[in-house]
Write a protein that binds this ligand. Structure first.
Ligand SMILES: NC(=O)c1ccc[n+]([C@@H]2O[C@H](COP(=O)([O-])OP(=O)(O)OC[C@H]3O[C@@H](n4cnc5c(N)ncnc54)[C@H](OP(=O)(O)O)[C@@H]3O)[C@@H](O)[C@H]2O)c1
Length: 335
């Protein structure tokens, strides 16, 4: 297959958390790969809450715009450098390095992940799925027979946290902010769904889980974080995965006692997990997730809204931040 001479991608021409204002679609030449590189033609790009942090320059400290946007994509390998033996033309690959919002992505072969198919489901497992798996198992030291609380449970990464916690033999509580996500969360395995706009999470936990929660997979922040900390059980662990409520709003300044007042009396702990610091663990966790997916033990919910091409990337990012999405939000490229 001959490669086109040019392709389009989404870059930030100024740093801003307002993704649409920061970003611009540009057309650039498509160069043949260097000896150690592969060229991937995009099928799907994954949309992430943190895209607004990337467009604000927070992932590239010290750099100046322009920078490439997008954190993950999958597609078909269409060209390989002469020294590459790990991929051949026609293979499927995932890139989880910056620059995923592009019609073609060129990366060193050692940074590409081979996958069985270039589908939204498999793409979802690579970043959102491994974040949940590493966050719960490695950082959260998840066991069986515990109570596990997942916030933003119907989201891109939350859906995997729910299923992995259930598969491990735990009682799972999931939060969401809309009624139309409740059924999905029941199907994914939640024993208790808390639609936080209808029910007060703190009250539910006090009444129904008086012993507290053993493990929290927390990605919302603000009041949700505070409530989760207040309801940790003895030796409970809370893993900070994100704090989406403060990505677009100015950070809230807090005046309160230091956090150790809440932790030591319960031997509780707060940990955090940022996938970039766990890249070496990704292949092992991805292999297990792919196996579970193949066996039908883990399902992948993909948001049905059909965003297509570089033109709709900003729409997709804004949609994710509207709180309406269920499952993984993706942008489709090509046929
Ligand atoms: N640490 C890591 O390496 C890592 C990797 C991947 C993702 N994350 C984090 O995981 C979280 C989820 O990311 P995602 O990409 O998978 O997104 P997502 O969960 O698919 O979408 C975001 C969801 O967050 C919930 N939400 C709560 N408060 C919100 C607010 N003020 N504005 C918008 N949404 C709000 C909404 O669901 P409900 O309100 O219905 O619950 C919304 O659907 C983010 O905090 C992200 O940064 C971290």
């Amino acid at each position: 297959m001959s490669l086109p001479s040019a392709y389009r991608k989404v870059i930030a021409t100024q740093f801003s958390k307002r993704f649409r204002e920061a970003s611009q679609i540009v057309e650039v030449p498509l160069q043949p790969p260097k000896a150690n590189e592969i060229v991937i033609r995009s099928r799907y790009a994954g949309v992430n809450a943190t895209d607004v942090n990337i467009s604000a320059g927070l992932y590239t400290p010290g750099s100046q715009p322009p920078i490439d946007l997008g954190a993950e994509m999958t597609g078909e390998v269409v060209a390989v450098g002469e020294e590459v033996s790990s991929f051949k033309v026609g293979d499927w690959a995932v890139s989880n390095t910056l620059g995923g919002y592009a019609e073609y992505v060129t990366i060193p072969a050692r940074r590409a992940i081979p996958v069985p198919e270039a589908s939204p489901e498999v793409l979802s497992l690579v970043v959102s799925g491994t974040t949940a798996s590493i966050g719960l198992n490695t950082v959260g030291e998840m066991k069986s027979g515990e109570t596990v609380l997942v916030t933003a449970a119907a989201g891109g990464t939350g859906q995997f946290a729910v299923q992995l916690a259930k598969l491990a033999g735990n009682q799972v509580i999931g939060t969401c902010g809309a009624d139309d996500k409740i059924e999905m969360l029941n199907e994914l395995g939640c024993d208790r769904v808390v639609q936080y706009r209808r029910e007060d999470l703190g009250r539910v936990l006090s009444a129904e889980y008086p012993r507290g929660v053993d493990l929290v997979y927390e990605s919302v922040g603000r009041q949700m974080f505070d409530t989760c900390v207040d309801h940790l059980a003895i030796r409970g662990r809370l893993v900070v995965i994100g704090y989406i409520t403060e990505y677009l709003a100015p950070p809230e300044e807090m005046t309160s006692n230091r956090i150790y007042f809440k932790l030591l009396g319960k031997s509780a702990s707060i940990r955090s997990m940022f996938l970039l610091h766990y890249m070496k663990q990704v292949p092992e966790h991805l292999a297990r997730l792919l196996e579970l997916y193949r066996e039908g033990k883990v399902i992948v919910a993909v948001d049905p809204t059909g965003f297509v091409g570089v033109e709709q990337v900003a729409d997709a990012v804004e949609y994710l931040h509207s709180g309406q999405s269920s499952g993984k939000v993706v942008v489709r490229f090509g046929a």
